[in-house]
Ligand binder design. Sequence first.
Ligand code: AMP
Ligand code: MG
Length: 409
Amino acid sequence: MLNVDLAFLKLGDLVRRVNETERVSIDDAIGRIAAESVEAPIDLPPFDASAMDGYAVDAAGLDHSSQKRFAVIDESLAGRPAASSLSAPGDAIRVFTGAAMPDGANAVVLQEDAVRRGTTMITGAPVRRDQHVRHRGHDVRRGSGLCCSGTRLSHFHLSWFAACGIEEVTVSRRIRVGVFSTGDELAERGTRLGAGQIYDSNRFAITSLLREKAVETFDMGCIPDHPDMIANSLGKASRNNDLIVTSGGVSVGDADYVKEAVDRIGRIEFWRIALKPGKPLAVGRVGNALFFGLPGNPVSAIVTYLLFVAPTIDRLGGHEPTPPLALAATLNGRVRHSAGRREYLRGTLQSSNGQLVVTPTGDQGSNRLATFAGANCLVVVNEDRQDVEDGESVEVILLPDESAHLMRG
Ligand code: AMP
Ligand code: MG
């Protein structure tokens, strides 16, 4: 059996990143991978602006200790700059947040610190140069980087692009993923279960997890446990996909034909990982497509997808995934574990009196989707460990989109 870390390394070597790119509107760029660095085409903000509501003044030569009196000669609103500039000492221009600083002004007196009487404004507060002024380019300077090639574009990047007036961005083309399940026992949703049948949940789980990635998914249905039919589907999938993800049929049972079929028309690169759940995972290549044969047990399929397939999709698109953030938590309960395989248990992570505490979600059978109920993390028990006792420290990684749970504590 292959050690998990070694499997990650081997997998990394198998990935050939996709080189085709396309220009897309920032409206359609969420989750896409930038294929070139993006620079700010303008200064942001594009002009010196007031950060507060108040009065724009020239701070030069003002006496800090006494009251100052100004003549309010004009106003500057957001989008409607003042027509006048500060020319005489003691002039002020009414300004609002986001309004352009008038020529000659270099400080803003807060309206809370000012008393207004007609066209006169009086303040006793000190006025320092640059106070409450957002300088041109203070968020980002024209020509400086907004993101580099290989960045997965988030809402925050795209908002920044929008603020800079960027309309389109060059991204890697979407990775194409062909997905099918194997198993004579599998029934489609919407049909009646026959004797000995179960509904296909893995294909649903995988296609639904794939929706979090900017990929094109080709759902190829359920394929019976028949070597020729499996080989046929693999061949078809390999013609227009970068990645093929199947589930089931990679174990050592009599009806496990998937590996054999891959070997017939492609090649198995590695199989059987020292991992729980997910030992039978098979990785290979069919034509130009990378192949993942996920185990049939629903929990194993999901866990191996998260550990192996998800980061591979990122790499294929040119984004180097950051390893999951490992958090140390106190185990609430006991985990029976014999050394040899790395185990990923589903758990509920909570913050209790400033400490992270994780509770495994009951019987961890790899057929039990129930172990995901209430789970927000995976508890990692390394291959060299034996049983983990209540109160010991363990490493946890968050399930996708679960950082919110951690924040709520
Ligand atoms: P296999 O890896 O094909 O031996 O399957 C292992 C277990 O997972 C068996 O109990 C299968 O019935 C179950 N299984 C296989 N494929 C699926 C699927 N697509 N959805 C739900 N369960 C499955
Ligand atoms: Mg099977």
